[in-house]
Every structure is written in structure tokens, then in C-alpha cells.
Write a protein that binds this ligand. Structure first.
Ligand SMILES: Nc1ncnc2c1ncn2[C@@H]1O[C@H](COP(=O)(O)OP(=O)(O)O)[C@@H](O)[C@H]1O
Ligand SMILES: [Mg+2]
Length: 225
């Protein structure tokens, strides 16, 4: 089990330390819609992305993973796959040992970078190291081996991958390895032209849904279509 600092969770609006009832309700709706869509296709892995940095990919990935893990009979593995700006551990107030970057560099084994987090139903693979050649790392042999171990060790877990934005080729590189993609759109921040481009890039992938983050309307703070 990794150690977690609950004041960090509260400051970062990370579940379960979220008091805002509107936000809680929105995450539950997001969780349930996603569960239904995954079950309908017998899918189990999801990549979370957006058009640029700071739109809420990491916060959405974490809160979705925690909300899913709170559902009875649902187990989740959350993987920090943003090798350019890894932030899952920081947002979750996690202090732990080796992470994904150490594994990718051959300095840790797969089982050493999987941490139980908060409940038995949530495993996190955190990262603190950044890589200039991130897309090559994502398509490399170590990464393929990690996916194999995740499937072998956690055959019934849903797997959420927090990815970089669509501005690099990381998502294109990794998309064939996941069942579906969730696109985070930040109201007032995501530009229309970037969205049009995103639609083209995502064209060949299975788009599971669009999450509207930072909505000005209280009842829509975190909506899902
Ligand atoms: N709906 C939200 N409510 C409050 N803070 C948010 C919300 N969405 C994002 N943030 C904050 O905005 C910053 C960027 O979010 P993050 O999830 O790290 O974005 P990304 O992963 O897309 O770069 C973080 O500090 C995060 O806590
Ligand atoms: Mg992020």
C-alpha cells in the first residue's frame, strides 16, 4: 500500500476528499456511463487524453479510477502514462518507491511499481521520471511486457491510462493497445480548431466519450456525453 496525504487530495479536488456534491454526482454519472459502455463491448481499457496540457486529464483519470473502484465488484488499475508530465502521484499525494519510469529503464520489475491505493480495488502505477523519447518508450518492449503483466496479474481490472495531449504522437502510438479513448474538453480553455484537429486524429480510434471539465455551469462541472 502506498502512503497518501489526504490534505493534498483535498487541495487537488481528488476523490475521496471531494466535498462538492455536484462534483461527486458528476463523477458517479461519468463512472456509470463508462461502465455501461465498456460492458456493452466487453472492453476493459481506456486512454484519457485532450488537446493540450492543463485541461484536466490527470484529475479526470484519477477521480474516474477512484469512483470506479468504489463500485462493488469493480477493480481498477490506474497507469500514469504521461511520460512528458507525469502527475498522478503528485495529484494523489502518493509517496511510494519505484515507478513506471524506473521500470521502463530496467531499474525495477513490473510487480514493484504496482501500488495498492486507499482500497483493495485500486492499483496505481505511478511515475516521476520524464522522457524526451516518450512515444518510443510507449511502443517499446518494456511497455509491451508491462501490458502483458497487467493482464496476467489483473485480468478482471479495468485499466485507465492517463496519457499526454494529442499534440505529440504518444496517443496515436498507444491507441492500438487500448479499447477506447476518453477526450477531456475544458470549457473556456479548449480551442475549437484544436477540437476539430482532435476529431481527425481520434478518427481511427474508438471514442468512448467526451468529458466536459471546468464548466462554468455548476450543474455541468464535469459532464459526460
Ligand atoms: N474540474 C476541476 N476543478 C478544479 N480544479 C481542476 C479541475 N480540472 C483541473 N483542475 C486543476 O487544473 C490543473 C490541471 O489539471 P490536470 O488534471 O493536471 O490537467 P492535465 O493532466 O490535462 O494537464 C490541476 O492543478 C488540477 O488540479
Ligand atoms: Mg496530466
Amino acid at each position: 500500500m502506498a502512503q497518501q496525504d489526504s490534505t493534498v487530495l483535498e487541495r487537488n479536488c481528488v476523490l475521496p476528499q471531494v466535498a462538492d456534491r455536484t462534483a461527486l454526482r458528476a463523477y458517479k454519472i461519468l463512472r456509470t456511463r463508462l461502465l455501461q459502455r465498456l460492458a456493452a463491448q466487453q472492453w476493459r481499457s481506456v486512454a484519457v487524453t485532450s488537446t493540450k496540457a492543463g485541461e484536466g486529464k490527470t484529475l479526470t483519470s484519477i477521480n474516474l479510477a477512484v469512483a470506479l473502484s468504489q463500485e462493488p465488484n469493480t477493480r481498477v488499475c490506474l497507469v500514469d502514462l504521461d511520460l512528458q508530465r507525469p502527475q498522478v502521484a503528485a495529484h494523489m499525494g502518493l509517496s511510494c518507491g519505484p515507478g513506471l519510469g524506473d521500470y521502463l529503464l530496467g531499474e525495477a520489475e513490473a510487480l514493484q511499481v504496482m501500488y495498492g491505493c486507499g482500497s483493495q480495488n485500486l492499483i496505481v502505477i505511478p511515475n516521476t521520471r520524464t522522457f524526451d523519447n516518450s512515444s518510443e518508450m510507449l511502443s517499446g518492449a518494456r511497455m509491451l511486457e508491462l501490458l502483458r503483466v497487467i493482464t496476467a496479474e489483473m485480468p478482471s481490472h479495468l485499466v485507465i491510462f492517463d496519457l499526454p495531449p494529442l499534440t505529440s504522437d504518444d496517443v496515436l502510438t498507444f491507441a492500438p493497445r487500448v479499447d477506447g479513448v476518453l477526450l477531456v474538453v475544458a470549457e473556456g480553455r479548449t480551442e475549437r480548431t484544436a477540437l476539430t484537429k482532435a476529431k481527425e486524429l481520434i478518427g481511427e480510434m474508438n471514442l468512448l466519450g467526451v468529458v466536459l471539465n471546468c464548466s462554468a455551469e455548476r450543474d455541468d462541472r464535469n459532464s459526460y456525453y
